[in-house]
Design a protein. Structure first.
Length: 190
């Protein structure tokens, strides 16, 4: 199979199930941003994180591929007329979300309590993590906008929301582990 098909040369692409849409369609933008997020998670795996976190990041990447497949499937293509699933796509489960929460809880045990917002930065690995977090928030916003136009599985938005929280905690953990200064944001009084 060749990687290029030439079917997208006119600015259109196919969703799961064959529906053709423009490449700037909100559904394409949503799963394209999840794909971008998945690449940033891959970059986070290349950072000095412990093996347990690296392994968990691989699980997250797997879940992001699932989310991409969910977002690439228009609702009318999800089920056959008899109600059975047309495409065998995995789902995001409650256990996927609690796994993010459990990992956050474990990381937070060793972190000082949050008293202020913190400025992103302090070390390139910390900065990469914050960029990954902001891409995750963008993916969440796009999924939310898509959901208003064409309902998607609510677990997708919930997972992306929790993942951005996880990435924030991971950035704080990296700051501590790498002895990077965590600068508090204290609003100036004018």
């Amino acid at each position: 199979m060749k990687i290029y098909t030439k079917t997208g040369d006119s600015g259109e692409t196919s969703l799961f199930g064959g529906t053709r849409v423009s490449k700037h369609n909100l559904r394409i933008d949503s799963y394209g941003t999840v794909d971008e997020l998945n690449s940033w998670i891959g970059l986070m795996r290349d950072q000095p994180v412990d093996d347990a976190i690296k392994s968990f990041l691989i699980q997250i990447q797997d879940r992001l591929f699932t989310i991409g497949a969910i977002l690439a499937t228009p609702p009318e293509k999800e089920k056959l007329k008899n109600g059975k699933e047309r495409l065998n796509i995995s789902k995001i489960l409650d256990t996927d979300i609690t796994s993010l929460e459990d990992n956050m809880d474990n990381m937070e045990k060793d972190l000082p309590p949050m008293t202020h917002f913190v400025l992103p930065g302090g070390n390139p690995s910390v900065s990469f993590c914050h960029i990954t977090r902001t891409v995750c928030r963008r993916a969440e916003r796009l999924a939310s906008a898509l959901n208003e136009n064409s309902p998607i599985d609510p677990q997708v938005i919930k997972y992306l929301n929790r993942l951005s929280d996880f990435l924030f905690v991971l950035a704080r953990k990296l700051s501590k582990d790498l002895q990077a200064e965590e600068i508090k944001w204290i609003p100036k009084k004018h």
